[in-house]
Write a protein that binds this ligand. Structure first.
Ligand code: XUL
Ligand code: CO
Length: 442
């Protein structure tokens, strides 16, 4: 069955920068345009997400759903509604022209009365998704298991005090990783929404950390057992829904991976609004992941500086995304990763076309940012400055210190006997900021 929920919208095409500002079309994003020798589409690897876009009715803690989502009607046959949702989702993905989508098991198939029924429902929907992917050429960026929504996971999945909950989560991940493999998914994501605590008064931190380490080791073992070729990704977030989440930011995950000997098995899926909730910028989190060799994929969205929530708005700052893409390009680009729009509309955006305006605008922002970042790379002003700033470490004394050929004693002798008195040098920050602005306003 094919859907016509978005009958007012044709496939989105490139209209250029001078088009009517309200017209639906790409101003900047051209999949085949070459940037640094690679197609734009292959740099950015855009993905739409199933959950915010098709599973959220527009409710919040103070009010009911505002959005017209007929597949969420109450009282209908849940599997018939899941098929309707799948049809609409693939109509949307293909009209938008995103090469990828992402899903949680519970987004695509409703939970049944018991594990077996839930698993059978997922299998039926995975068959249907495979057919849709074949028909539309839309591919899977990543799949993931929802280990946070059901009440059984209120005290965590891997970090639950009850080992049977750990077992249930393990069963779910095994199944969803295999479903992801079957759909040719490029990655498999683990976001530990409930892997944290509400109060330390009832929490054994050391034990919970070991449980999470064990869980992630089992996931990596199973990946190799079934020959899944995608990348395993962990998604950091410091809190929400828990008071504190163990995978709080890139640095915390890197330390965790080292402790459990998993640095070769996992990479990171960094989300903008999770970085800012952690008090870091998106650029910082990407640069940190690149520095440790663990950049995986990106969840594109933004928070609102006026409040502290995970507002999951669509990205719209060319400056923020230019700096992020600069780090991505410097790090060698996204390999199996992509830019997944983990973003949702505002409750008042009730027209079906609002979903298109949101995604099209965000894709243009990222396309423009990619072009800017490529200019920053090509004119190498920033790199030249940085290389020059550290050149003392590429030979002579710096190289000797780095290679362990100096001791505190020998350095003490060098400074006292050599009469060394280093002078401060400009870090050039304002000059470099002007340089970036010159590229942004070109
Ligand atoms: C929650 C979040 C998740 C993950 C996947 O804040 O970002 O949707 O991306 O579980
Ligand atoms: Co996310």
């Amino acid at each position: 069955m094919s859907s016509s929920f978005f009958s007012d919208v044709d496939a989105i095409s490139f209209v250029g920068r001078d088009a009517d500002p309200d017209a639906l079309g790409f101003r900047v994003y051209e999949p085949d345009r070459m940037v640094l020798g690679k197609r734009m589409e292959d740099h950015l690897r855009f993905s739409a997400c199933y959950w915010h876009t098709f599973c959220w009715p527009g409710d919040d803690v103070f009010g009911d759903g505002t959005l017209d989502r007929p597949w969420q009607a109450s009282g209908g046959d849940p599997m018939a509604l899941a098929h309707m949702k799948l049809d609409v989702a693939f109509e949307f993905f293909s009209k938008l022209g995103v090469p990828f989508f992402c899903f949680h098991d519970r987004d695509i198939a409703p939970e049944g009365d018991n594990y077996r029924e839930s698993a059978a429902r997922l299998d039926e929907m995975i068959d249907a998704a495979a057919a849709k992917m074949e028909e539309t050429d839309v591919q899977l960026l990543w799949g993931t298991a929802n280990l946070f929504g059901h009440p059984r996971y209120a005290a965590g999945a891997a970090t639950n005090p009850d080992p049977y909950v750990f077992a249930y989560g393990a069963a779910q991940v095994k199944h969803v990783m295999e479903a992801t493999q079957r759909l040719g998914g490029a990655n498999y994501v683990l976001w530990g929404g409930r892997e944290g605590y509400e109060t330390l008064l009832n929490t054994d931190l050391r034990r919970e950390s070991d449980q999470l380490g064990r869980f992630l080791s089992l996931v990596a073992e199973h990946k190799h057992k079934i020959g899944f070729e995608g990348t395993l990704l962990i998604e950091p977030k410091p809190h929400e829904p828990t008071k504190h989440q163990y995978d709080s930011d890139v640095a915390a995950i890197y330390a965790f991976l080292q402790k459990y000997d998993l640095t070769d098995e996992y990479r990171i899926n960094i989300e903008v609004n999770h970085a800012t909730l952690a008090g870091k910028s998106f650029q910082h989190e990407i640069a940190t992941a690149v520095a440790h060799g663990i950049l995986g994929s990106l969840d594109a969205n933004r928070g609102d500086p006026q409040n502290g929530w995970d507002t999951d708005q669509f990205p719209n700052s060319v400056e923020e995304m230019t700096l992020a893409l600069y780090e991505v390009l410097r790090g060698g680009g996204l390999s199996t990763g992509g830019f997944n729009f983990d973003a949702r509309l505002r409750r008042q955006s009730v027209d079906p076309t609002d979903l298109f305006h949101a995604h099209v605008g965000a894709m243009d922002v990222l396309a423009e940012s990619l072009i800017n970042a490529a200019v920053l790379i090509e004119d190498s002003t920033l790199k030249g400055f940085v290389d020059d700033r550290y050149k003392g470490w590429t030979g002579g004394l710096g190289a000797e210190i780095a290679a362990g050929k100096q001791s505190l004693e020998s350095l003490h002798a060098l400074v006292t006997e050599g009469g060394i008195e280093p002078k401060p040098r400009s870090g050039g920050q304002e000059m470099l900021e002007n340089r970036v602005n010159a590229v942004l306003r070109r």
